[in-house]
Design a protein around this ligand. Structure first.
Ligand SMILES: Nc1nc2c(ncn2[C@@H]2O[C@H](COP(=O)(O)OP(=O)(O)OP(=O)(O)O)[C@@H](O)[C@H]2O)c(=O)[nH]1
Ligand SMILES: [Mg+2]
Length: 1023
């Protein structure tokens, strides 16, 4: 770490010495300036210094101010011990340093001040008075925080400020006396208003208003004459005002995290606008006006939590296009302008379920209710695709108005073979923006609802699912739709049919039609030429055409530029209408018009008896036999490329043989593997798609150990003297890896990278990576305790030791993480850090902070600490659920928890989240030591109902909100709702247990100096 910092510092000095930079930015590097002393003669070009954030007072060396060109030192987040007197340097300092600075040198040198949440009222008053007296002349004023947890609301943020009222009273006067101000920064300063005197600052070029939450935004902001940068994020703004005033010179406009559904046209007409950021804004349209901003070079959409995430609510242009960037969006509009608009009315219906459930029969009944069931219907091999058309209606938006347009909807019905062998390949065709039907055979109980619903959830990015229960003349078993729906957000309905007499069929088809019509991409305006090309392709009888032919068809239908044709090709591919892999050297020459032609060919190989008997091994001769018809024969090369592309086969290096790992032997071969000196790693999935190991085998087949070292669910890879064994355990949702050899980290890095690519192909995949504990007990154990990497990193960041659940020893998380760090060149030895004396298990405390419990917990921590029982509390300011996960994991692993319950605790979602997690443990009553504050009415059964009612109300409120806003894009609210519901469902039980536990009131605890609590803990800790 220290050497890294040193390198960064050296690099920064190199830049200055070479004249590439005049700024020394020490953020993240630290303020240790000793290394600079040796190289100070190289710093003649240095003009600005930006100091790192720290509360440890920094001493600046005298020579720094003697450098010939130094002009500014920014210490806005830094405590200073010494500030060399030098009248030519302008300082930016934090408010707290003002007096000291005046004492050390001269306030005339200060041109920037930072007021933060911890600044006292007297300091703010003092600044205001100095401004009024003309003692301070500022170019830069910051009232805010360094970083912001955007999930916090105004109230939560307000509580963090010591003197927000004073700031609110004084800020107008401060601003009125600073006519030279160039930058005003209110970031995380929840004033609830935009100070009006900002409107009279003629030189203001940069204005930051982040999480200020003004009720409305005044129009003069965008009329300020000199304003270049406006960062107006996380303010709850639903619309933007028109500019009032002459200014139109904005270059950077950041509006992230505001619930803006549209951007007014004046924004697009700003002549100098270069950068516009709309991340996490539910903007529905990026309009044609965007072409009016000639200088716009960056447009951020999607999410701050992942740049590749699709924009929240975008309909026009289609997100598939918008995510490709500004050029693609401009191209889309340019085409529309020149050729007019048409609307897409085509979608996919995917029918999945177990073998024999009745999928094919149902698909045929959709197309023709008079279809007579065939008792000898063949089991579907691979996938069949049928076309279904019906007159329907789509929602169309034009000129910001929405209307319903009737049209002929064209649906491609994909009927998937239900046999197990097909499951892992189907995932390539489970597309987004489709409707799914899960057919279940009601007479059997073999439907693995979880598997199907999870896999659809994983791959389809929220596409709706309808369950069709096929009664087959039996009785319906009845499904607990409510329970399933709670788990699977995209399950929309269940319908029951009997295909023999068509009962329920009409309703089922109507339900499915309704879902299809509501798919968000239907009705999307597209350049009219696109639809014409699509119709031409649809009318083409061929299974595939050459890419050049596709481009010719485009040309015949009004396309003039190749880029536009490729854009359309990509869009059709993304929607699953055609297969056109434009980035593949072989496949880019072909457009597969009928994807089922490709899937047919692929499944023929996987279903072939000879290939199956050879356990997946095949040659070109086999392919010539399997693909002998005219349909396939000329395209063998491409079809093989398609199989490789899907990760279904690989060529054995140096041979003319291919292997389809899906057909390999299911049993692991016997081979020797040393017991000692292994590096072990495990991936654990929430939902594990089938065949991850097989895709890894295909991706890294070059590294497979030759011979019998690969099987259906695993393989052994080798690289530079290290071997890695990777095994998939689908039942337990694990991928397990052990490595042995000279330096396992390189091979581990290669595998981790390949897995990353596979993981990213599942948009919603969630998994944890685990590493084994390295304490001396675990090193010898067959089943060592495992830590998640996220948890280890969390502990390593704070410098804490982590407790092993097996030996209860404290372990240094960095020694466990070592295996993942290829930078660390130390040989990987299986030794552990020197063992510290066996510690006591940690005791955690859960309480509602910033409330009545604070003082009690302070006291408790002191008292128990004196007696050698350290109390672990999470005082970090980020307690929102995502941020407290690390703490929770630790809390879950720690044995004992003191829960300080007051009324606010029982009404706080964060606290109750914590408590429900603690209560998940079957040994809840043994682990928890409650301290009940007097306002928590848990001893009276009637008052207890109040809490249940409270959570009931919260659920209802959210439901009402959800019903109003519509379910799309409200993932966060859904999660919140699920949490509230869990709390409502469990609060009665939890409170019962707490009330039964003979908890003492705090006064009694205090009177006895917490002796009772200490005694109970002591007994538990020595158990
Ligand atoms: N009597 C009766 N038979 C049905 C009904 N639904 C389907 N079947 C029969 O059940 C058998 C299997 O139905 P399919 O529609 O082929 O099942 P599938 O889900 O497509 O099966 P795979 O293609 O193997 O995945 C066929 O013989 C159908 O005729 C029904 O409601 N009543
Ligand atoms: Mg079938």
């Amino acid at each position: 770490m220290a050497s890294e910092r040193r390198n960064d510092l050296d690099a920064a000095i190199d830049d200055i010495a070479a004249g590439r930079s005049s700024l020394l930015n020490l953020r993240g590097i630290g303020n240790s300036l000793e290394p600079l002393t040796q190289r100070r003669h190289e710093l003649t070009g240095l003009r600005d210094v930006l100091l790192d954030r720290t509360d440890d007072p920094v001493n600046l060396p005298g020579w720094l101010t003697e450098l010939p060109n130094i002009e500014r030192i920014d210490a806005i987040s830094t405590a200073i011990a010494d500030a060399p007197a030098a009248s030519h340097i302008r300082w930016t300092i934090r408010a707290e340093e003002l007096d000291l600075f005046e004492y050390l040198t001269d306030l005339n040198n200060v041109d920037g001040i930072g007021i933060g949440p911890h600044t006292y009222a007297v300091t703010i008053d003092d600044i205001a008075v100095r401004c009024e007296l003309g003692e301070l002349e500022l170019a830069k004023l910051r009232c805010g925080v360094n970083s912001l947890d955007v999930s916090k609301d105004q109230e939560a943020l307000t509580r963090e400020w010591k003197a927000l009222d004073t700031l609110d009273n004084r800020i107008d006067s401060i601003l009125r006396h600073q006519p030279s101000l160039e930058a005003a920064d209110f970031f995380g300063c929840p004033l609830g208003r935009v100070p009006e005197p900002l409107s009279s600052l003629p030189r203001l070029t940069r204005l930051t208003l982040g999480a200020v939450w003004p009720e409305t935004l005044p129009g003069w902001i965008f009329g300020l004459t000199e304003l270049r940068n406006a960062l107006i994020y996380y303010n709850g703004l639903r619309d933007l005002p028109d500019p009032v005033g002459p200014g139109r010179r904005l270059r950077h406009l950041v509006l992230d995290g505001n619930p803006l559904s549209s951007i007014p046209s004046w924004v697009w007409n700003l002549p100098e606008l270069e950068h516009l950021s709309l991340r996490d804004c539910p903007v529905e349209e990026l309009p044609q006006d965007l072409a009016n901003a000639p200088n716009l070079t960056t447009l951020n959409i999607g999410s701050v939590f992942g740049s590749q995430q699709a924009p929240l609510a975008l309909r026009v242009p289609p997100p598939e296009i918008a995510i490709q960037g500004l050029d693609a969006i401009r191209q889309y509009w340019r085409q529309q302008r020149s050729v007019g608009v048409d609307h897409l009315a085509e979608a996919k219906l995917l029918i999945v379920g177990e073998a024999g459930a009745g999928k094919t029969s149902f698909a045929r009944k959709i197309l023709d209710p008079d279809y007579v069931l065939d008792a000898y219907e063949d089991s579907t091999e691979g996938i069949d695709v049928m076309r279904w058309q019906f007159p329907g209606a789509v929602r169309v938006r034009e000129d910001r108005a929405e209307y319903v347009k009737t049209c002929n909807l064209r649906i491609n019905v994909w009927d998937f073979g239900g046999q197990e062998i097909y499951h892992s390949t189907h995932q390539f065709f489970l597309t987004k923006r489709s409707v799914y039907v899960l057919v279940t055979d009601e007479r059997k109980e073999d439907t693995d609802f979880a598997y199907w619903l999870e896999i659809v959830d994983l791959l389809s990015d929220g596409s709706p699912v309808v369950i069709v229960q096929n009664r087959k003349q039996g009785r319906g078993q009845g499904l607990d739709l409510g329970a399933l729906r709670q788990r699977y957000r995209n399950l929309v309905d269940t319908v029951s049919v009997d295909l023999a007499d068509n009962s329920g069929l009409g309703d089922a088809v109507a339900r499915i039609r309704r879902e299809l019509e509501q798919l968000p991409h239907l009705g999307t305006p597209l350049p009219a030429t696109w639809r014409e090309v699509r119709l031409a392709l649809e009318g083409d009888p061929h299974d595939h055409i050459a890419a050049d032919e596709f481009f010719e068809i485009c040309g015949r239908h009004g396309f003039t530029c190749r880029d536009d044709m490729e854009q359309l090709g990509g869009y059709l591919h993304d929607l699953g209408i055609c297969l056109f892999f434009q980035d593949d050297s072989v496949l880019k020459r072909t457009v597969i018009l009928k994807p089922e032609w490709g899937t047919d060919a692929v499944y023929r190989v996987l279903d072939d008896d000879a290939v199956t008997a050879a356990q997946g091994v095949f040659t070109e001769a086999d392919l010539a036999r399997i693909w002998h018809e005219d349909r396939f024969a000329p395209m063998r090369h491409e079809l093989l490329a398609l199989m490789e592309r899907f990760g279904l086969c690989y060529r054995v290096p140096g041979s003319e043989t291919w292997i389809a790992p899906q057909l390999l032997s299911p049993t692991r071969p016997v081979y020797a593997w040393p017991d000692d000196g292994n590096v072990v790693l495990r991936y654990e999935y929430d939902v594990m798609p089938k065949g991850i190991a097989r895709r890894l085998i295909v991706a890294l087949h070059d590294l497979l150990v030759p011979g019998d070292y690969v099987w259906r669910s695993g393989g052994v890879f080798t690289y530079r003297g290290t071997r890695a064994e990777v095994v998939e355990d689908h039942r337990r949702r694990h991928l397990h890896m052990r490595l042995h050899g000279v330096d396992p980290r390189v091979l581990l890095g290669i595998i981790d990278h390949a897995l990353g690519v596979i993981h990213r192909s599942y948009p919603r995949l969630r998994y944890d990576t685990f590493l084994p504990c390295r304490c001396d007990v675990c090193v010898r154990a067959r089943e060592p305790a495992m830590f998640t990497v996220a948890e280890l990193e969390d502990f390593a960041r704070t410098g804490d030791q982590i407790q092993c659940r097996t030996s209860r020893r404290l372990v240094d998380p960095r020694t466990v993480l070592d295996v993942l760090s290829p930078d660390d060149r130390r040989q990987l030895a299986v030794t552990t850090a020197p063992e510290p004396p066996a510690p006591r298990p940690e005791v955690f405390v859960s309480y509602k902070w910033k409330g009545a419990a604070d003082a009690l917990v302070d006291e408790l921590q002191g008292r128990l600490g004196e007696r050698g029982v350290p109390l672990v509390r999470d005082r970090s300011a980020m307690r929102y659920r995502d941020s407290i996960r690390g703490f929770m994991r630790r809390l879950g692993a720690g044995k004992y928890v003191v829960v300080v319950v007051d009324d606010a605790y029982l009404r706080s979602a964060n606290c109750m989240f914590e408590l429900t997690r603690i209560a998940d443990d079957p040994a809840f009553a043994d682990r928890v030591f409650p301290v009940i504050l007097s306002d928590a009415a848990i001893f009276d059964p009637i008052s207890r109902l109040d809490y249940i009612e409270h959570w009931e109300e919260q659920v209802n409120k959210l439901d009402a909100k959800l019903a109003r806003v519509g379910p799309e894009n409200l993932q966060g609210i859904h999660d919140e709702r699920n949490l509230y519901e869990t709390i409502r469902n469990t609060i009665a039980r939890i409170v019962d247990v707490l009330a039964d536990m003979n908890a003492l009131m705090p006064e009694t605890h205090r009177d006895s100096d917490f002796a009772e609590l200490y005694r109970s803990l002591e007994v538990a800790l020595t158990r």
